[in-house]
Ligand binder design. Sequence first.
Ligand code: AGP
Length: 610
Amino acid sequence: MCGIVGYIGNREARPILMNGLKRLEYRGYDSAGIAILWDNKINVTKQVGKINVLEGELNGSKIPGNLGIAHTRWATHGEPTQVNAHPHSDCTGNIVLVHNGIIENYNTLKQMLIEKGHKIRTETDTEILVHLIEEFYQNGTSFEESFRLALNEVEGTYGLALITKYEPDKLFCARNGSPLVVGIGEGEYFLGSDAAAIISHTRNVFYLEDGEIAVIGRDGFVTKTIENQLIRKKIEKINFDLERIEKAGYQHFMLKEIYEQPNTVADAMRGRLIEEEGVAKLGGLTPILHNVLRARKIFITACGTSYHAGLIGEYMLEEYCRIPVEVEYASEFRYRDPIIEDDNLVVVISQSGETADTLAALREAKRKGTTVMGLVNVVGSSIARETHGGTYIHAGPEIGVASTKAFTSQVTALTLLTVMIARTKTMSAEEGRQIVKEMKALPGKVEQALKTDSVVKEIAAEFQDKRNFLYLGRGYNYPVALEGALKLKEISYIHAEGYPAAEMKHGPIALIDEDMPVVVIATQDSTYEKIVSNIEEVKARRGRVIAVVSEGDHNLDNLVDYTIPIPMTLNLLQPIVSIIPLQLLAYHIALLRGCDVDQPRNLAKSVTVE
Ligand code: AGP
């Protein structure tokens, strides 16, 4: 949702905070602000719009000071205005805070504070917290204690950082639900909502857990719980390089990440395949391997693109492991009281590892006493730390808000899980070897599919002004249709729906006319003949059809408007190749429509609030 940065040290804070903020802009980008303490004064500057607008506002003004906080916002409470932008201050302006999350009981607290004479200036939930701290401090409590006591009054989620004139040599921060990582330098400390804001300064970090506070000075830090228990933090190393979060010459992070997929698919399976035995091994599952292998039912829960990967996992786990699988939106799973038995397995899938609904679904499943495994990209993220075991997908940092490489790496990891379990059940060594062999050929096939970029670009030019799209697929390609539609919606703001191709006759076919582009994934598999009939139904209503077909298949050349040929592979692996031209189609249409591809409106990379 929002991105938070903090710095305390001996260097000028402003450039460090602004660079950190730019690295977190993908988390939220409707307004931004910075506060620096200098000479017993806190300088606050905030602006509506992207960070370059704030930078413009700051330009030329020298703000000395080596203690500060900054924020880039994804509005939840109060429109993106300059007043509602963070940082927020108390009545005196002596306490200034930035916050990522939602204070759920802010209205109750607000009434109490107004009755006590506090002047509330904004529509935000966050401002209430800073007045609450002020209230405790005014009643004679030490500042650190006021900070802690106020947090005990709060219901909801937060990752926050605070500076105050009352403690000019300290940076205060706390976490409950929203991520916060602290970087350790020589006589200086860095704070970020994720490691991207810190990596250019240090690799030594510690992660705050829920209900934890850190009070950081230039010569050290104290960490404790909000119940005032001192805690020791494990110092960890960030494991990715700075250039992995640069554009590497591509115009957008999304395009770079689409083109990274031959490598990231290879990375997802690196060291996890034993070809001669036709098996897969996932070291991260060792602590829970017994429960994974004997699971009598599997729940997969996730949000957005990760949910679509989960749907493909359902198809392959049921086909090859003969284990019943239910795939659930995490936001529904967490509240619908699912029937979970001891010998069930819950798989939570998340690129960021911080999605609030998925984290809550994980905790709900643990509360029910079942084994919970994670399929996560961000190392050290909350979901990774809270599952009983799991598998990192090793896709590297994904900056583009529209998830691409994480999807293909999630499906690759789900295939590894399927082969690992199936080889302990009915799958023969020969069948296992065939799948492993095909998996090893995937990076080359993804490379090949990327070569459709120029054809896709032409198709994008043809359909860039359309207001609606329909995506159709069958079997393993049905979730690909859903994912293709999501990509287009997210970055081009065109309404698009993915549908099982046969389901079209039961309603959506009414939408078909010459103005409705229909993207059909028609690769040659056991349902090929059926999908061709569905295409004929669309053409009979003068629909315009873009068909993703298997290389060498010219059967549809005279039936459809455009064909995009991609390499064939096994059905369960086909989605990893079929999605490539759909990612490119969404990218090129969004580009032609002048949309902000990497930071589409109203979206954020990691949804850390409910
Ligand atoms: C996908 O392009 C979107 N960014 C969004 O749907 C995303 O997949 C969803 O928010 C889940 O995120 P996660 O994988 O980080 O949990």
